[in-house]
Design a protein around this ligand. Sequence first.
Ligand SMILES: O=P(O)(O)OC[C@@H](O)[C@@H](O)c1c[nH]c2ccccc12
Length: 262
Amino acid sequence: MNILDKIIADKFREVELKKSLIPASQLQNSVLYKRKCISLAENLKKGSGIIAEHKRRSPSKSVINQDLNVQDVAAGYEKAEVSGISVLTDGKYFGGSLEDLLYARASVNIPILRKEFMIDEYQVTEAKAYGADAILLIAAVLTEKQLIYLANSAKNLGMDVLLEIHNEEELQKSLRVNADMIGVNNRNLKTFEVSIDNSKKLAELIPSNFIKVSESGISNTGAIADLKKYGYQGFLIGENFMKTSNPGAAAQDFIKELKSLA
Ligand SMILES: O=P(O)(O)OC[C@@H](O)[C@@H](O)c1c[nH]c2ccccc12
């Protein structure tokens, strides 16, 4: 079993347990469930295009940063003028939680992406109830039918959908999904290999009705200038900011440098 298979197997058990503890109907009573979402896709078009991530650890890097407070990180990112924030909510492999999402929501007014391994509509309901504006769907772990179903659930709740692909085959099963953004992951979630070239290679195959996002392994502004030439408007960055003692300040310097290139 590769790491992605393990994560998904654990996720099925986690979701079943959660459903027995908190029924979806209870999640729907959350005040945030009625909140009007802010579109991440729209924000990418007008702003810096940076989606900055809160990520404590990962299976590929183990610990990145365990010392920070999610509210400070989120507020710092907002001040840096990122277009959106990604909050990892998986606990076992990434050290995140739904509470992280809730606290991030409480401290900023920009779009927040729930970064999670989505396998069930219950998690879409959770995302909305805890204040997310957008969800991630990973084509590598879902069938076309599941992708269509989960994307429609999110859209019905007013959330945007970022659909993650890693190769052409995954792109093919994504074309009929009601997603706003297609994210090309530069990291292979099965082998952890990272290459920005993956975004460049797949760019021309992505239809123009999707906003293009490049994810993972981005560590300098030159890479972004390069990716923009391929039509990318969104750039998901985690470790490059989170490995510093002040991710907000790191994002601010990064965005300043990006502006000076333009
Ligand atoms: O820390 P990086 O290399 O900048 O990557 C961020 C983000 O793209 C990465 O965390 C990610 C992309 N897709 C995922 C799916 C699940 C968990 C994590 C991810």
